[in-house]
Design a protein around this ligand. Structure first.
Ligand code: IVH
Length: 711
């Protein structure tokens, strides 16, 4: 339909059109409007036909709004094929087409408080309300799923359909019938209705979606891009049994048509939108509940919208905005409709979570254990309230799997507090001048004349610089050493460590404990008070338990849990230098990889002298009370045993049982292996019991026997 070259041109054109500028003259507008129409049609094709948009919804809406704006100024230039003149989407022939009882329109969009104030003014004008009167609005979430229309006749679900082109939809009744939150029967007749059409949205809860994707990953199936795709796809699955597996749910948010038992229009019997939603709730439908509010005046509307914009991620379902509706039906009627949307409602769209931009360059950073991380430098792009100009590309495999190239247009996503990441590159927008990303073979940070070859160990994703000669890793190790998860030295942030490092005061973590405080007090940005605070937190860190110190040493593979296990097993850190591999692997949960890595650390004379320095400077290297194993004494009934619960326990809750086991000296594990000592079996135990029997070395207990042992 479009050649690659045309696609590139439309993409560039769209970005150009999205730049803000003054209203063009009538003469200039003709060409701009043609460009806007063409670009919008292109993006509609990408969105509706290919299901693979190249611009964000926000950008698409921006183009649409510009066209609407120009058309409002120059109505004589409206062309009959303008996307604003239709309510459309391509229908497929897979499902029978059915006509909606009333056309399904879109919503106009707003993006900020000013837009909402403007909407309110317009509503007041249309309803001829006094300017100082407050209009009552209902605000509810704008669900981001698949639109559904439900027809009930004589209290029975008669038909369900998708939105389709707004006039005709696809009949998907069989799939709707497997959605538990859609009642098959609802007592509309009690309110005098014979036939109604409801509008709603089919969704998948975010946690269920994640679970489903994890399962698909384990089964080697393609992953769904997002809950919306999974939901809209789920509605159109051919086999309702399969649709039932998708965890679909439906919210209803509109009563679009109603006919009374005596054949009259029934919508008039409900005087407000809120009443109709309440009625649907009473009839057993899922409705927007706490997240719906009747607001007096636009100020309350704005506050509620902002409140949800900030809390969007807390909502269990994907929402991409709020919908604001005039509450009173008589006022709605006075507002009326355009061909595209009702004038009594508007969507308040949240800031976009996705945006497209250019991948300009890739830089490489080194971490505390020498891992080389590629970082993409992007053309700065605003995304959900911040400007993104660089994102991590994690490792070489990530770059290869996503087929990323320098110069590519990439789709970036940032959801809530989640770190921004590249979703994909858009191969169809390539010009041929993109360059492959060369992953370095030699350490790219090293600025000495001594090249260091990178290594990638089996089973690891990262390339590492095995022997740093330039000091870059030392800096990273110091930054890690003072961080919250390690020694937790408050007042020593990354940038301060960098400054001290540049001053030559820090070469390794031991130097933290001999900082020249008098000189620091003279530095810009420091005062007597901040230096005193810094000194106090360094002093405090000296008394940390041994496991924190171990964790702070940047030993590859040695995480917090393993650090605690080691600290529980030695009275002084330096005792570890005499440990053999067996000494390490003797500890449950410590494997040969961690063992080798810790041994390598203690083989290095420089590390030993650093630890000795620390001790001399007052840092605690000994086991503290906090380091001692929490488990009960050696004569506890299950001392040193590993234990696993399987099946349904009758008397104890799973958590309770695990706590009892721990109190009795046992360690809870999650899988049956040769290292497992005890398996406690509840009702309907399955594969774990079988496996334990096969091993023959596992002691198998009933729940009763377990209770007798732990008391
Ligand atoms: S009311 C005549 N309310 O947004 C007004 N729509 O462009 C009809 N949507 O795909 C829409 N949540 O499915 C309305 N609370 C809500 C909504 C909502 C999501 C969707 C709707 C349609 C789009 C409207």
């Amino acid at each position: 339909m479009y050649t690659a070259e045309q696609q590139r041109a439309f993409y560039e054109l769209s970005k150009e059109l999205l730049k803000e500028g003054p209203l063009p003259s009538r003469e200039a507008s003709e060409a701009v409007m043609r460009d806007l129409r063409d670009a919008i049609l292109y993006h509609e094709w990408r969105y509706y036909v290919l299901n693979d948009p190249v611009v964000s919804d926000f950008e698409y809406d921006g183009l649409f709004k510009q066209l609407q704006n120009l058309e409002a100024h120059y109505p004589e230039l409206i062309s009959p094929d303008s996307p604003t003149q239709r309510v459309s989407a391509d229908l497929t022939e897979e499902f029978p087409s059915v006509e909606h009882l009333s056309p399904m329109l879109s919503l106009a969009n707003s993006y900020d408080a000013d837009d909402l104030v403007e909407f309110d003014e317009q509503v007041k004008k249309l309803t001829m309300s006094p300017v100082d009167a407050e209009v009552e609005y209902v605000v509810e979430p704008k669900y981001d799923g698949g639109t559904i229309a439900l027809v009930y006749e004589n209290d029975l679900l008669a038909r369900a359909s998708t939105r389709g082109n707004g006039v005709m939809g696809e009949e998907i009744t069989a799939n709707a019938r497997v959605i538990r939150s859609i009642p098959l029967k609802a007592a509309f007749s009690q309110s005098g209705f014979k036939k109604v059409e409801l509008r709603g949205e089919v969704l998948i809860r975010k946690d269920i979606f994640n679970q489903m994707n994890r399962k698909r990953e384990a089964e080697g199936l393609a992953l769904f891009a997002n809950p919306r795709n999974a939901a809209t796809g789920g509605l159109r699955i051919k086999d309702p049994k399969e649709a039932a597996q998708r965890g679909l749910e439906a919210f209803v948010y509109q009563m679009a048509f109603a006919e009374t038992t005596d054949g009259k229009d029934g919508l008039g019997t409900l005087s407000t939108h809120d009443q109709s939603i309440e009625l649907l709730g009473r009839l057993g439908f899922k409705i927007p509940d706490e997240e719906r509010k009747v607001c007096r005046g636009i100020k309350e509307v704005i506050d509620f919208c902002m409140h949800w914009q900030a809390r969007r991620e807390d909502f269990p379902y994907e929402i991409d905005g709020m919908v604001v509706k005039v509450n009173r039906r008589d006022l709605q009627e006075r507002c009326g409709f355009t061909s595209h949307h009702p004038r009594w409602a508007i969507a308040f769209k949240f800031q976009a979570k996705q945006a497209t931009t250019k991948l300009l360059n890739v830089e490489f950073q080194v971490g505390k254990v020498g891992s080389i991380t590629p970082v993409a430098k992007l053309e700065p792009v605003p995304l959900a309230g911040v400007t993104i100009s660089s994102v991590s590309l994690h490792n070489e495999d990530f770059i290869r799997t996503k087929d990323l190239r320098i110069g590519d247009t990439v789709l970036v996503e940032r959801a809530g507090d989640v770190i921004p990441y590249i979703v994909k590159s858009m191969a169809e927008l390539r010009t041929g001048s993109e360059k492959p990303i060369e992953f370095p073979r030699y350490c790219p940070i090293n600025d000495t004349s001594e090249p260091v070859e990178l290594v990638r160990e089996e089973g690891e994703a990262a390339w590492r610089c095995p022997s740093c000669v330039c000091g870059a890793q030392d800096l990273q190790r110091i930054i890690w050493h003072v961080s919250k998860d390690a020694m937790d030295i408050e007042g020593l942030g990354k940038s301060i460590v960098e400054r001290f490092f540049e001053m030559g005061w820090l070469r390794n973590p031991a130097d933290i404990y001999r900082l020249p405080y008098e000189q620091i007090a003279d530095m810009e940005g420091f005062g007597a008070k901040s230096v005193a605070n810094l000194r106090a937190s360094v002093e405090k860190a000296k008394r940390n338990p041994m496991h924190r110190l171990l964790h702070s040493l940047s030993i590859h593979h040695l995480g917090q849990k393993a650090s605690k296990l080691l600290a529980a097993g030695v009275s002084h850190v330096l005792d570890l230098k005499d440990w053999t591999e067996e000494d390490f692997t003797h500890i449950k949960d410590i494997g040969p990889v961690v063992a080798e890595s810790v041994m390598a650390f203690f083989r290095q004379p420089s590390n030993i002298s650093m630890l000795r320095d620390m001790e001399e400077l007052g840092v605690n290297l000994r086991q503290t009370e906090e380091d001692q194993p929490k488990t009960a004494s050696a004569d506890a009934p299950l001392a040193g045993k590993s234990i696993l619960f399987t099946g349904t326990l009758q008397t104890l809750g799973r958590k309770e049982a695990q706590e009892k086991a721990e109190a009795a000296g046992a360690r809870n594990v999650s899988a049956v292996s040769a290292k497992l000592d005890i398996l406690v079996v509840g009702a309907e135990a399955g594969s774990k019991l079988k496996k334990a029997r096969e091993l023959g070395t596992v002691q198998i207990l009933t729940e009763e026997e377990f209770i007798q042992i732990v008391g």
